[in-house]
Design a protein around this ligand. Structure first.
Ligand code: DGJ
Length: 745
């Protein structure tokens, strides 16, 4: 049993992989967080919760001055009745009152994992892979039922939480804050790790002390955004990749979110995660339910590396969905950085021929194939092929690609509309706007009102038509602006603060419908690169374009940050031209290839302009990646050296069976007369013998190591390490491949 309840102690115990999560009913009805940490062998705590009278912490029970919600570690705190910390739930009743008093009512423990109705869900394929606990808290005055859900999964130190509100009273309620989870923990001297960024600079690993302040990591942009990611870790002071305790939360939601870390006067840290209460208010009528997004909550005692590997496996097994979940992804060429909007059929076919010749498997036609779109000022919404560019139509073009024995992919931006489009001229009220107010453009476009069923249905039909007409194997779903003038003519005045959330529900419905309707299409999500790289979108689209920044060196920190919880198989990663279009840097084709091989390899440059030497290199890269991509996509990642100090970076993938591994080392800035260093590996079998081959130094090492292939024991590789070659120049790299050696008896 992974979840047990002791009715004498009134404690719930959840075995969460190598962790335990214990909750207790205080005074028989207040649900408290008692313990979350390393697995306890006994399920329950014998120690009582110690209470003392505290001045300025009021007492709900007049005869008990030691009891205050202000000092109680709680699982779902509310507003107004003695807890002054930030609540998880805030509602307003018709009479203007805002008080809710939540008491334990009942609970259920069952096998399996419930699916959310309109939101992305983690899942299990067999009921026995998970167990769920639902605890009902009830407010007797308003008849509001709050169900806290906890699912634990076999083999993972990660649980999933969400909340379901059920309004059993008879007058409408306005919800202004409803977090997916809360917990109160003691985290002395812990530090926070989160992933702020910007367009083309996503997910920079950023540490800061928790201190005694409230931190709010949030998005108010209508998308999870480049600027913040709905992920947060709280780590012990001496955390490293291999050692130290780390709590983590990640919200499966792609809209406005909030992650709160708030440490109180007695050093208790409240962690809350959910939909951002900013510009949110939801009207719940009698009998209605409201479901929050899911949040993953992890505890790992062996550093960031263990956390990442657990998330990677967990997301690959319980979040990514569809046929491509377990399939290696095709190596693609995307014409965006090769041609931008300036292409015609002949140019594209030449590019496809070049791509085929070097071994590329999928041709992706990016922005500019529809309407009259020669730049980004027009045509979004008019998903009809531009016959000036593709005179024989999309179907015929796709067929030509297929005849080259390549798959065909297409770019869309379904959530957007250009003011200069037939769609806008016909349906100006289909976008988000507030009548009588100015309407901001961003990249010359408006946002379609996905909170409206009518709009979503129309988009589903438009896309269905194209996806059924042409031989399409892959779709890149882009989203290139954030939400402003958030208003919908499809909703009543008292529901306008529901628009951002309903927008996300609309997006999820459209994605759910199309991905199910076209199960053989591989969908890659994108939002100006990695502006919606979050667990919510991953539930529908198993691959994400990681960043519009394709520079190999800039990509190191973007990909390292992304890899904190997102698996390699989800990361789109391309080799592009030099000087790089975003930063102007020149790096070798070899280094660009090595960095792009940290995820799903693709190319995004004009192959027609390359010389024969570069073509040979690309052909070799592709052949090499084809041999090793299973280890990269399904293996365990070890971040051996972080690029943060701008000196070097190294990462290792080890196959599940520990019989194959691949190590990449990138020197960022060269130093004169450097110290000679070794790279200690991890995750291999200590008593196994491996054949280790060094690649790449023929181009970069002035003192190349020889022999290039050695037979080494796992413990030598992990304890003594690999000698890093002396690389002469900035931005150079090398790779080692490691295979279990067949030793004659
Ligand atoms: C932003 C994406 O991130 C790019 O890869 C490209 O698809 C452009 N949009 C096209 O407009």
């Amino acid at each position: 049993m992974m979840i047990v309840y002791d009715s004498n102690l009134q404690q719930f115990s959840l075995q969460v992989g190598k962790a335990s999560y214990v909750m207790a009913l205080h005074k028989g009805s207040y649900l408290t967080t008692r313990y979350f940490g390393l697995r306890l062998h006994g399920d329950f705590l014998a120690s009582p919760f110690v209470e003392v009278p505290r001045s300025f912490s009021p007492n709900p029970l007049a005869d008990d001055e030691r009891f205050s919600l202000d000092t109680l570690p709680q699982e779902y705190p509310v507003f107004g009745n003695s807890d002054f910390r930030l609540p998880a739930l805030e509602v307003e009743f018709e009479d203007g009152s805002r008080l809710v008093d939540l008491h334990y009512d009942q609970h259920r423990i069952y096998e399996g994992k419930p699916k959310l109705h309109e939101l992305p869900s983690t899942y299990v394929e067999e009921e026995k892979q998970a167990q769920t606990l639902e605890i009902d808290l009830f407010d007797a005055v308003s008849q509001l039922r709050v169900t806290l859900r906890y699912t634990v999964f076999a083999g993972h130190s990660i649980l999933v939480r969400s909340v379901l509100l059920h309004h059993e009273g008879d007058a409408p309620i306005r919800i202004s804050r409803v977090m997916s989870m809360a917990m109160d923990l003691s985290l002395p001297d812990y530090q926070m790790l989160h992933l702020p960024g910007a367009h083309a600079r996503e997910r920079e690993m950023t540490w800061q002390p928790i201190g005694k302040a409230m931190h709010s990591i949030e998005s108010r942009r209508g998308a999870s955004s480049h600027q913040q990611n709905p992920f947060l870790a709280l780590a012990s002071p001496t955390i490293t990749e291999e050692d130290g305790e780390v709590y983590s939360v990640a919200l499966a939601y792609s809209g406005n979110f909030q992650l709160v870390v708030d440490t109180d006067q007695y050093d208790v840290t409240r962690v809350m995660v959910g939909i951002n209460p900013f510009d949110f208010r939801y009207l719940l009528s009698p009998g209605e339910k409201f479901e929050t997004p899911e949040v993953t909550v992890g505890f790992h005692a062996h550093g960031l590396g263990e956390m990442s590997r657990d998330y990677h496996r967990f997301f690959r097994k319980h979040l990514l969905s569809g046929r491509y979940r377990d399939q290696l992804r095709p190596i693609l060429i995307n014409n965006w950085e090769a041609t931008y909007f300036q292409f015609d059929e002949q140019v594209l076919l030449q590019l496809a021929d070049e791509a085929k010749e070097v071994g590329i498997e999928l041709f992706v036609l990016d922005d500019g194939w529809f309407g009259q779109r020669d730049d980004d000022r027009t045509s979004l919404g008019d998903w009809v092929v531009d016959t000036r560019k593709l005179p024989h139509g999309l179907g015929a073009f796709g067929e030509q690609i297929r005849q080259k024995n390549m798959r065909f992919g297409l770019w869309f931006e379904p959530e957007m509309i250009s003011p200069d489009s037939a769609l806008y001229r016909t349906h100006p009220d289909w976008c988000l706007f507030v009548p009588g107010r100015n309407q901001s453009v961003s990249r010359h476009q408006y946002v379609l009102d996905f909170s409206s069923k009518e709009v979503c249905d129309a988009i589903i039909e438009q896309l269905t038509k194209i996806l059924s007409q042409a031989p399409i194997d892959y779709v890149k779903w882009d989203m290139n602006r954030h939400l402003t003038e958030v208003g919908s003519v499809s909703l009543a005045a008292n529901r306008q603060k529901e628009v951002s959330h309903r927008y996300m529900l609309g997006v999820y419905r459209v994605m759910d419908t199309l991905t199910k309707r076209f199960p053989s299409i591989l969908f890659e999500s994108c939002s100006g690169g990695g502006g919606r790289f979050d667990p919510g979108l991953l539930a529908y689209m198993p691959q994400v374009w990681t960043s519009d920044n394709t520079d190999a060196i800039a990509r190191l920190s973007i990909q390292f940050g992304t890899s904190l919880i997102y698996p390699a198989i989800a990361m789109g990663s391309h080799v592009s031209a030099v000087p790089n279009h975003q930063v102007g840097r020149v790096t070798s084709l070899q280094t660009r290839g090595y960095v792009a091989m940290m995820g799903n390899l693709g190319y995004e440059l004009d192959l027609r302009r390359l010389g024969e030497e570069d073509r040979v290199t690309i052909r070799q890269q592709i052949a090499f990646y084809q041999q090793w991509r299973d280890v990269i996509c399904f293996g365990d990642l070890y971040r051996l050296k972080h690029p943060s100090k701008q000196q070097d970076a190294a990462f290792l993938y080890v196959s599940e069976k520990r019989d194959r591994a691949i190590v990449t080392y990138i020197q960022i800035m060269a130093r004169a007369n450097p110290a000679l260093k070794r790279l200690r590996l991890q995750g291999l079998a200590t008593n196994e013998t491996y054949s280790v081959t060094l690649h790449g130094t023929e181009q970069t090492g002035i003192f190349a190591l020889s022999p290039l292939t050695l037979v080494m024991n796992g413990d030598e590789l992990m304890q003594y390490g690999l000698a890093i070659p002396y690389l002469h120049g900035d931005f150079l790299g090398c790779v080692w491949t490691i295979e279990k050696a067949e030793i004659a008896p």
